[in-house]
Design a protein around this ligand. Structure first.
Ligand SMILES: Nc1ncnc2c1ncn2[C@@H]1O[C@H](COP(=O)(O)OP(=O)(O)OP(=O)(O)O)[C@@H](O)[C@H]1O
Ligand SMILES: O=C(CO)[C@H](O)[C@H](O)COP(=O)(O)O
Length: 417
């Protein structure tokens, strides 16, 4: 049984936990661990972009002797503009309550906090700011533009139940802002370009997800957002995708081999030759043998199944909907793959599909459909992207409850959120 609250904050000094907090000089201090980040504006840009120079955060550690509920750590990897924020909104919604930026903090903070979950964006570990990257001719995807030592130290500290002062990368100014305090939540999500790149960070993850968006779809989404909403030209979008591609292939894409679940988004196969990116074929690739994660299945676990649910109970206009399910291998590992090609006409009819899926980790019949209807305005709500993101959100809730139950030595039922 934990003594401290999971949300150990500076204001909880008078909480029931016995906290011995002193530094080397014997000064009484806040019950947090401060990692005094060396990544301020100029020291980041000025050191040649090397990991060594920027990596060694000076750490002044204050020991915390109280026992806390340590966070469950989730990693979400994807390229920019591939749906990470949308996924995070679906995930935090599963736990209830909205996710908001830290109150009273930097208005350009990338962090989102809800009752149970804190989501940090790994862009905050850029060691080179926008000018620095320009000066050294590296992209943000290049490991040399990121401080993995600090990322590791801080994720580890949070996982150990200790607060940290995390830097902020300001996407508005392109500069590194003064750090913000992050206290350990129940569920700590690290999302961004590199959550599985560094083995030390990877080993801290209790569950990992990779959003694998095919080039054609990525391009279609970018056009939709950056042209329609941000006024960029087609040529500039094309150029930016091309410029990122070599580093994306070298450093981002390979992380999918380590993910426990991959959501792969491809052009539809229902319309021959289509690469418009409007109708999508989406695969949920689920690794077998992951502790506390039982893959979802369609009809019969382990069988290979193809299912066209269109008919009396599911309205499907052209080009229809097709599901597939079955075992496969992915980077040499056994996986189960659930696939949906096409899109729903009437979202409330999703209940029909839901009733044929098992191992969903729902708390009541129809919870997947309810979640999807609740966020019908989110991108991807009428296709497999929204469906599989919602399912993974439910699986993460289940994983969290099982981990908590195991730590407390009680049945999982007792640890329900
Ligand atoms: N499932 C989807 N279906 C259709 N479009 C989508 C989907 N997910 C994301 N998009 C498009 O991509 C854009 C970016 O989505 P989102 O903000 O969730 O991505 P992100 O990875 O967090 O982006 P960034 O890293 O740039 O902040 C959305 O505005 C939308 O245009
Ligand atoms: O790949 C990215 C992750 O979101 C961004 O391009 C990177 O963080 C740099 O950001 P900006 O373009 O705002 O300087």
């Amino acid at each position: 049984m934990a003594i401290c609250s999971a949300h150990t904050t500076t204001t909880s000094l008078h909480s029931p936990c016995t906290t011995t907090v002193s530094n080397a000089a014997g000064f009484r201090q806040r019950q947090v661990i401060f990692f005094t980040s060396s990544s301020n504006r100029r020291s980041c840009g000025g050191g040649g972009g090397g990991r060594r120079h920027h990596g060694g955060a000076r750490t002044s550690c204050f020991q915390v002797s109280c026992s806390v509920d340590k966070p469950v750590v989730i990693g979400l990897a994807a390229d920019s503009g591939c749906g990470k924020s949308t996924f995070m909104r679906r995930l935090t919604s599963v736990f209830g309550g909205a996710a908001v930026p830290p109150k009273g903090g930097n208005p350009d903070s990338n962090t989102l906090i809800s009752d149970t979950t804190t989501v940090i964006c790994l862009d905050d570990y850029h060691s080179l700011d926008r000018n620095g990257r320009k000066e050294y001719g590296v992209t943000a995807l290049d490991p040399r533009a990121n401080n993995f030592d600090l990322m590791y130290e801080q994720v580890k500290a949070i996982k150990d139940g200790q607060a940290v002062e995390k830097p902020i990368y300001n996407h508005v100014t392109g500069l590194l802002d003064p750090p913000e305090l992050i206290t350990p939540p129940k569920i700590f999500v690290i999302e961004g370009l590199h959550p599985m790149f560094d083995q030390r960070v990877r080993d801290l993850l209790d569950f990992s997800i990779y959003l694998d968006i095919s080039d054609e779809v990525k391009f279609a989404w970018k056009i939709q957002r950056d042209m329609a909403e941000r006024g960029h030209s087609l040529e500039s979008i094309q150029a930016s995708i091309e410029a990122r591609k070599p580093d994306f292939d070298a450093y981002i894409d390979p992380q999918k081999q380590y993910a426990d679940a991959v959501i792969e988004v491809l052009p539809t196969q229902l319309i021959p030759g289509d690469n418009e990116g409007k109708v999508l074929r989406v695969k949920l690739i689920m690794k077998e043998g992951v502790k506390f994660f039982n893959p979802v299945y369609l009809f019969d676990e382990g069988s290979s199944i193809s299912w066209v649910p269109c008919g009396r109970k599911l309205t499907c206009s052209y080009p229809g909907i097709k599901f597939a399910y079955g075992p496969d291998t992915y980077f040499g590992k056994e996986v189960s793959v659930l696939e949906m090609d096409g899109q729903f006409d009437k979202l409330d009819e999703l209940i029909y599909v839901e009733s044929h899926l098992s191992n969903l980790s729902t708390k009541f019949y129809g919870e997947v459909t309810q979640q999807m209807l609740k966020h019908a305005d989110f991108p991807g709500s009428n296709n497999g992207t929204g469906l599989f993101q919602t399912i993974i959100g439910l699986k993460i809730r289940d994983l969290y409850e099982q981990i908590v139950a195991e730590r407390a030595g009680v049945p999982a039922e007792a640890a329900k959120v």
